[in-house]
Design a protein around this ligand. Structure first.
Ligand code: EPU
Length: 312
């Protein structure tokens, strides 16, 4: 990237721009090289200014949330990685009418933060999120889900920055969502989610959250580095079940291996590379295809070093 562009980025978001910034620590897998430029805008004005330049110059860009579903390349990312700052982490109850309560959560707010607000205020509808790490922006963008629930079921509307750099609002009936996917117009940045929750007691919400956490602890690894489920479930089946039946639990490359607790988790300790994770994913795909004829599709976002210009 030209020095002149870097300088302009710095001017647009003073003190919020870093060059050659390590990305590994910003992901739960803790893998990946540096971002050529990492920007953490604190205000809408900064974000708009940066996005304006990014779009005008067709710079490759990527919006990073909590990094819980991302695999960055060992070589890092040649372009601009944006991570929304605390100015985008609002959490507040907007209005309530009878049983329904609207709650606003900024894209940079933690899923755990929204969940603890729901618990404190006895608001039901997002308990399935318990134990899913990350930020709301990522959870919305991929329609995160677990244990029968998915984020879109609780969404009332989204506030976004459109590709035109205008602010926009998308109501639930304008959003096309499916399993682990939300189809937004290309170039859209999610700023806020407005959630429609339901009144319950704090005890009821707390009990459901505990139930979800218990089930998660029984069936999934914890205390190790991972990016959650690596592959999407194929229609009508579980990727974890297929990988398990293919005899791949414990299959290891270096310090990276297929979890013994849940076969759709790739976990690691110590030093690991994205190359090793990708190699293990390839083995899994090949073996599952060979044994069951099923093509597994990655759920995690694999971010290459030099993506096509201007693409997320
Ligand atoms: N199974 C195995 N071996 C394994 C894992 C699972 O035989 O190693 C079997 C289980 O015994 C069960 C079936 O497969 O009969 C389904 O397993 P589980 O209930 O764990 O659900 P899953 O379909 O494997 C999905 C989500 C998880 C989510 C759980 C719980 C996907 C890709 N995975 O897993 O989400 O936490 O349900 O609701 O949709 C994630 O998205 O990162 C994630 C982990």
């Amino acid at each position: 990237m030209e020095a002149e562009i870097k300088k302009r980025l710095q001017e647009l978001a003073p003190d919020r721009v870093r060059f050659d910034a390590p990305l590994a620590g910003l992901t739960t897998l803790q893998i990946g090289g540096p971002a050529e430029v990492l920007i953490e805008p604190e205000s809408l004005e900064q974000l708009r200014g940066v996005m304006n330049l990014v779009r005008r110059e067709s710079l490759p860009w990527f919006i990073l949330g909590g990094g819980s579903n991302v695999l960055f390349d060992d070589q890092g990312f040649s372009g601009v990685v944006l991570r929304l700052g605390q100015g985008f982490a609002s959490l507040r109850v907007l209005e309530s009418g009878g049983d329904e309560v609207l709650v606003e959560a900024g894209a940079a707010a933690l899923t755990a933060g929204l969940l603890s607000l729901s618990r404190r205020q006895g608001l039901s509808g997002l308990e399935f999120l318990a134990g899913i790490p990350g930020r709301l922006g990522g959870a919305l963008a991929m329609n995160a889900g677990a244990q029968g629930g998915q984020v879109m079921d609780a969404v009332h509307s989204l506030e976004v920055l459109e590709a035109s750099n205008n602010l926009g609002r998308l109501d639930r009936d304008e959003l096309r969502a499916s399993y682990r996917q939300l189809d937004l117009p290309p170039g859209t940045v999610i700023l806020k989610g407005i959630f429609r929750l339901h009144r319950a007691t704090t005890e009821e919400v707390g009990a459901r959250i505990e139930q979800v956490l218990t089930r998660r602890r029984q069936t999934q690894p914890h205390g190790v580095r991972s990016a959650g489920c690596v592959f999407k479930n194929p229609p009508g089946d579980s990727a974890g079940r297929l990988i398990d039946r293919a005899g791949l639990k414990g299959r290891q490359i270096g310090q990276v291996w297929v979890s013994e607790e849940h076969a759709n988790f790739i976990v690691h300790r110590g030093r690991a590379t994205s190359g090793q994770v990708l190699e293990l994913m390839e083995i899994i795909r090949r073996d599952v295809k060979g044994k069951f004829g099923v093509e597994l599709e990655p759920e995690i976002k694999i971010v290459g070093r030099a993506p096509q210009e201007g693409r997320t």
